[in-house]
Design a protein around this ligand. Structure first.
Ligand SMILES: [Zn+2]
Length: 423
């Protein structure tokens, strides 16, 4: 039995506890409450005193592309299609070994800034190994895309084989393997159909980038705009594949049957009130990436409306090709700023922890400090936390460099703290 004591404990599923403690046994949370109560219950526990620190659940970054960590965001992104073409060209020049090194560096960055669970989209297959090696939790989605209807079956067959190999590699680990049909504009309808056949009757998790930009909305409703004019020629697609038109990207996915896969929808910026009702009925979840959207999407995801419909919403940083850091504390501050006055600090902290866990299908295991859950938790220095507004001041005053300790299932995965033994 190990007892961590700190000036503040933020269980997320319950109000903050001043002068609190968390008990850990065999990788699970055995107790959460006032320090005096827990020390009386377990007087002989191995005790780690965190002094002025705060304990909270490990953060959940529900959307990353760690293989792109060596790319940086262009200062002037231009429109969405132009940014995407720049990204594709940059990625083509990255050798696989560099992508593996980038993913490893990115995964370390996550642990150092307090993220213990991740929703990672892997394009080249290089990010699974470092995530396994470093012991993170979450889902690694194998990306699939392709505009040629004739190649749909071949591409899906390759994805199926990769998924099986990844599942073998991840057996017994904390990572699940999923599929990410990239977006409505980057797969032919035939390839969406093949993905549906692959996913049907399985529990394979799935995520899709959707409603990210005004260009995507324009393309799906009219077939025109920067996507066919700028993006398609850059990826060697001379003739856009036949595609039904739809009033919105969400309606397009619904028409293809893809909402029935209950995907994690990444971005969901350009969604209507009707879309939100449809999303809620379909049981999807959303990865909200406020900093990425502020640069590239030309809009703000209607997060308060999504939450009020009961849709699970998590926070994601997206890749370093669109934002400057993988630090979820930066993302929390951006969310508060962008949704000024429409989201409370407690809602934002919940999105960065329990909401993300719900979005990734992990809420029965992690996301809050509750007895029985896995001991994925972090300690941060809490000098800035005020009794009058503990959560607001925690978010305002904390950054990745303030993370003192990161535990995954009770194991030390990052430590910047005297007096705590090495793992
Ligand atoms: Zn993305």
């Amino acid at each position: 039995m190990r007892l961590l004591t700190a000036r503040w404990v933020f269980p997320v599923s319950a109000p903050p506890i001043a002068d609190g403690a968390v008990a850990i046994q065999a990788g699970r949370i055995a107790g959460v409450g006032p320090r005096a109560e827990l020390t009386a219950a377990w007087p002989s526990a191995d005790r780690w005193e965190l002094g002025e620190g705060a304990l909270l659940p490990g953060l959940v970054n529900c959307h990353t592309h760690l293989e792109l960590c060596h790319l940086s965001s262009p200062a002037d992104t231009g429109n969405f299609a132009t940014w995407l073409v720049t990204l594709i060209e940059g990625r083509r020049q990255l050798p696989l070994a560099d992508q593996a090194a980038a993913a490893e560096a990115g995964a370390r960055c996550l642990l150092e800034s307090g993220t213990t669970s991740v929703g990672e989209v892997s394009t080249s297959g290089q990010s699974l190994a470092p995530l396994l090696r470093l012991g993170l939790r979450g889902v690694v989605y194998r990306e699939i895309l392709g505009l040629s209807p004739e190649e749909a079956e071949t591409r899906c067959g390759a994805a199926r084989a990769d998924l099986q190999a990844m599942q073998r590699a991840a057996r017994g680990a904390r990572l699940r393997v999923g599929l990410s049909p990239h977006s409505p504009y980057s797969l032919s309808e035939a390839l969406f159909g093949a993905c549906g056949a692959l996913l049907r009757g399985t529990s394979i998790p799935c995520c899709i980038h959707v409603a990210e930009s005004a260009e995507e909305v324009e393309f799906l409703s009219t077939g025109q705009g920067a996507i066919p004019r700028r993006l398609y020629p850059a990826v060697g697609c001379a003739v856009a594949p036949p595609r039904r038109s739809a009033a919105s990207p969400i309606e397009y996915l619904a028409a293809l049957g893809a909402l029935a896969w209950r995907p994690l929808l990444i971005h969901a910026v350009h969604v209507t009130a009707t879309d939100i009702e449809h999303m809620a009925r379909s049981g999807v979840s959303v990865a909200h990436c406020p900093r990425s959207n502020a640069r590239l999407s030309g809009g703000v995801a209607p997060v308060p409306e999504l939450l009020s419909e009961g849709i699970p919403v998590g926070l994601g940083t997206d890749s370093l090709a669109s934002v400057p850091t993988l630090d979820l504390w930066d993302e929390m501050r951006a969310a508060l700023e962008i949704h000024a006055g429409r989201l409370a600090p407690a809602e934002v902290l919940e999105m960065a922890t329990l909401g993300g866990a719900r979005a990734l299908g992990l809420a029965d295991q992690v996301g809050s400090l509750q007895v029985g859950k896995r001991a994925d938790l972090i300690a941060v220095s809490a000098g800035a936390v005020s009794a009058s507004d503990p959560v607001g001041s925690l978010i305002a005053g904390t950054e990745g460099a303030d993370v003192l300790l990161t535990l995954v299932e009770g194991e030390i995965r990052h430590r910047r703290l005297e007096g705590v033994p090495c793992a």
